[in-house]
Design a protein around this ligand. Structure first.
Ligand SMILES: *Cc1c(COP(=O)(O)O)cnc(C)c1O
Length: 849
């Protein structure tokens, strides 16, 4: 690296401060290094240069953000508020450069300054503010909302610690805290002036107000403050910059002083701890809530902050709440923010004096709810006792909502006690529980599933009674992914080839990928396509050598399963297949087998025993297979540690085969399946989630299907599933299970995997045993297909060409039309210099806090 970057900047008056010429950008980089980082070229580290670059990009975002906010305000537009406990946004620098159209100029400006963009991109900490698919979906949606020029705000929590960092030690997962903010975050802007108060605990008191109406007053015990931090979200190829507003919890100084002066120092400190713990750490459990009090505190905290903020914004332009549902659409991303239904009721009634019926009408016309899971254990329920201690007023409101709702059910279905029990917001039992999915459904105008099969199962199984009562409420919105991050950014060579052939219209209209079908018979095109895949496999191979010490064959099939580790996702079924291949080679060492590199990756929730055992199993199988001379490198197994958005962007494009092998009826949609296919991997999968629709789009002949259907899974369960029968009747499967039981893969601790064996033979809730043979047979078809590289490449091209449906732009356009009823708002931009020669203060906005 040149030791003297920025040294040829022309010093002249440059008033186009957010301009995008190379000269202006070089000047800005030098200024930001000097004035913000407080360094010059003699002292700056790479991180300083990264920060200087990030601030340079942020200035351009801020300029567009202010213009966007002004336009929304002036036109009093309807705004989408997307409430999500997780936003797994990935690194921002590259995204912002590309969406702003600054990439080439910045690249040049850095080069002329003696810096390398790739080095700086690597300095950025990834904000891991989510567990997996649900949080990543929220991030793709934010990108698509901005790209489609839709007025939108994302609301969530600014966790101080995101999803843990994963290390693999001795084959086991070890977790490390993710202190992502330790070096500062250049992308966010704190807004202490929009701080809000959130109350917890205490009790309620009833009273009669001046007009003689019965009312309830919440006398809370603790007040916590929420400070918003705004991250700009630019659309691709437009001037729109929306906001992701994340809340950080703080104790109030005042509050501490009050208690402190009263002489109770320890209570003052513990109140401070209570407050500041709230946004401390992301819960690392995916798809299985733990019912922990802190989790409910987090949910209520960010929902209350967000609703107060939404109301503040609305009341800037309105005197009554009559138009609220016409200006505000609130989407609940799963039930994590479902407490919002009760909180909006509380705010409207207790704080703004509305009548119950009016408030209820507004609430139901404002909220919509997205269901994300069919797993019974993943449906959020809160014990009434815990809930009432923390949110006594909300418990009252939920009881009132439930009372009216059950009265309606009773008159609709007289004498049907089963209906009342099944549909109540309160689950009876030893400990009464609040069913958050029911609250979300009753309080929303629309409920949606995230893939066609998922929505069908919601209607037929999960929420059958609700669907029967309100069929018009239920919709499907099949998930999607943003093609900017998941193709343009993650796979530049493939993007370039596509653009060379069909133009760049696909970036805003992914259906245009269809035009690639015209090139499928072009041998030169296929050769380039294949070369790009090979280059990406080489990069991943280098990574595996560096990080795993594993030397893999880049011509082998890269067979990849990266996603959270969960029993329903069946990583263990994949491992059983690996063992089967291994046994076949051992039985016949000269077997002509298609070489494979089987790559796993994913985090297990720290308290999820079986998921952690799956990681250990994979690594134990890898130890045996990778080191057996009989295998002679024909199959190799690798576990990619610390799977993240960045690692995904690196790995999806290197895959030949995408493993989407969940038990049918369990994966709501999946989005990893889409990322693989968009990067030219072929899928082996069950008829589950969006796999069904991917197969419909790409054609059955370009998809490797196996396994029971969701209906067959239910039927088999109903008949009485006996996994042992598969063991007894299938010698190859029996051998694999016996090896696990005998300690073949864990010689130092022979009984290590007995827990897996015991589960598979006696329970096997996710039916690995039932699907084993179908999976192994299908994998053999995959291997045979891979022998014909030219035809494989054709299938790969056709997969990409037919992925248009799975753009999150399509998903968001459907939400806008069919649920939110919002329209795009075009943002015009003038240059900063023309607008801001100097301050022209007209009125000073009063401070909110
Ligand atoms: C896309 C993505 C997921 C979701 O993957 P699935 O295969 O759909 O479960 C999870 N984590 C990260 C980091 C992702 O990018």
């Amino acid at each position: 690296m040149n030791s003297q970057p920025f040294n040829d900047v022309h010093i002249h008056v440059e008033d186009d401060r957010t301009g995008t010429t190379v000269e202006t950008l070089k000047r800005a980089l030098a200024d930001n290094l000097y004035y913000i980082q407080g360094k010059d070229e003699n002292f700056a580290t790479l991180y300083d240069y990264y920060m200087a670059l990030a601030y340079t990009v942020r200035d351009r975002l801020v300029h567009r953000r202010i213009k966007t906010a002004q336009t929304y305000f002036n036109r009093d537009v309807k705004v989408v508020y997307y409430l999500s406990a997780e936003f797994l946004i990935g690194r921002l620098l590259i995204n912002n450069l590309i969406n702003l159209g600054l990439y080439d100029q910045i690249n040049q400006a850095l080069k002329e300054s003696g810096l390398n963009l790739d080095d700086l991109l690597e300095r950025e900490e990834e904000p891991g503010l989510g567990n997996g698919g649900l949080g990543r979906l929220a991030a793709c949606f934010m990108d698509s909302l901005a790209t489609l020029e839709i007025p939108a705000v994302g609301y969530g929590i600014r966790y101080e610690f995101g999803i843990f960092d994963q290390e693999i030690r001795d084959g086991w997962q070890v977790e490390h805290p993710d202190n992502w903010l330790r070096r500062g975050n250049p992308w966010e802007i704190a807004r202490p002036d929009y701080m809000v108060e959130v109350k917890f605990g205490g009790h309620t008191e009833s009273y009669t107000d001046a007009e003689g109406r019965y009312r309830s007053r919440w006398v809370s015990r603790v007040t916590v403050y929420g400070t918003p931090y705004d991250t700009p979200v630019p659309g691709y190829g437009c001037n729109t910059v929306n906001t992701l507003r994340l809340w950080a919890a703080r104790a109030s100084e005042d509050f501490d002083f009050q208690v402190f002066n009263a002489g109770d120092y320890t209570q003052a400190v513990s109140a401070k701890t209570f407050a500041e713990n709230i946004s401390k750490v992301l819960y690392p459990k995916d798809d299985t809530p733990q019912g922990k009090e802190l989790r409910l505190q987090q949910q209520y905290f960010f929902v209350s902050c967000s609703l107060q903020d939404i109301i503040r914004l609305y009341l800037r332009q309105h005197d009554t709440f009559d138009a609220f549902p016409d200006k505000v659409a609130i989407q609940l991303n799963d039930t994590h923010p479902a407490i919002g239904v009760a909180e909006l009721m509380r705010l409207l009634i207790d704080e703004y004096g509305l009548e119950w019926d009016k408030a209820w009408d507004i609430t139901r016309r404002t909220f919509a709810y997205t269901n994300h899971t069919l797993l019974a254990e993943a449906l959020e329920r809160w014990p009434v006792g815990l809930f009432g201690r923390l949110l006594p007023r909300h418990l009252e409101i939920i009881y009132s909502i439930n009372h009216s709702f059950l009265t309606e059910i009773q008159s609709r279905y007289p004498g049907d006690a089963g209906k009342l029990t099944r549909m109540s917001l309160i689950e009876e039992g030893e400990e009464k529980q609040i069913r958050m999915a029911h609250l979300a459904c009753v309080g929303s105008h629309t409920v949606n599933g995230v893939a066609a099969l998922h929505t069908e199962l919601i209607q037929k199984e999960l929420m059958r009674d609700f669907y029967e009562l309100w069929p018009h409420k239920f919709q499907n919105k099949t998930n999607g992914i943003t093609p900017r991050r998941w193709l343009l950014m993650s796979n530049p060579p493939l993007s370039d080839l596509i653009t060379e052939k069909i133009g760049d219209g696909w970036l805003k209209n992914l259906d245009e990928l269809r035009k690639l079908e015209a090139f499928v018979d072009d041998a030169a095109f296929r050769a380039r396509w294949r070369q790009i895949k090979l280059d990406r496999k080489k990069l991943l191979a280098e990574y595996l050598l560096r990080h795993n010490g594993l030397d893999v064959d880049v011509n082998s099939m890269f067979d990849v399963q990266i996603k959270r580790i969960h029993e329903y996702k069946r990583q263990i079924l994949n491992a059983l297949h690996v063992i089967t291949l291994y046994n076949r080679i051992k039985a016949n060492p000269s077997l002509d087998i298609v070489p494979r590199t089987i790559i796993f990756g994913g985090k297990a929730a720290p308290g999820y025993f079986m998921a952690k055992m799956a990681i250990k199993l994979i690594n134990s199988v890898a130890d045996v297979v990778n080191n057996d001379p009989d295998v002679a490198g024909r199959i190799k197994v690798a576990f990619l540690a610390n799977y993240s958005v960045s690692l995904g962007q690196f790995a999806y494009p290197a895959a030949d085969l995408s493993e989407q092998i969940s038990t049918a009826g369990k994966e709501a949609s999946g989005t990893g399946n889409m990322k693989f296919a968009l990067n030219g991997a072929l899928t082996i999968g069950t008829l589950d989630g969006a796999n069904v629709e991917i197969r419909e789009e790409v054609g059955a002949e370009n998809f490797f299907l196996f396994g029971l259907t969701a209906q067959e899974v239910m039927d088999l369960k109903a008949r009485g599933y006996k996994p042992m029968e598969y063991y007894n009747s299938n010698p190859e499967l029996k051998r694999v299970i016996d090896q696990l039981a005998s300690g073949f893969f864990s010689p130092k601790e022979p009984s290590l995997f007995m827990c897996i064996v015991d589960d598979l033979l006696n329970y096997d809730q996710y039916m690995l045993m039932a699907d084993y043979q179908s999976y192994v047979d299908c994998q053999e078809q995959v291997s045979q297909a891979f022998r014909h590289q030219d035809n494989w490449t054709r299938m790969s091209i056709l997969n990409v060409a037919r992925m248009g449906k799975f753009s999150s732009d399509r998903t968001i356009a459907q939400y806008c039309r069919e649920i939110w009823k919002v329209e795009p708002v075009h943002i015009e931009l003038e240059h900063y210099s023309q607008e801001r020669a100097g301050l022209k203060v007209q009125k000073v906005v009063s401070e909110v806090v």
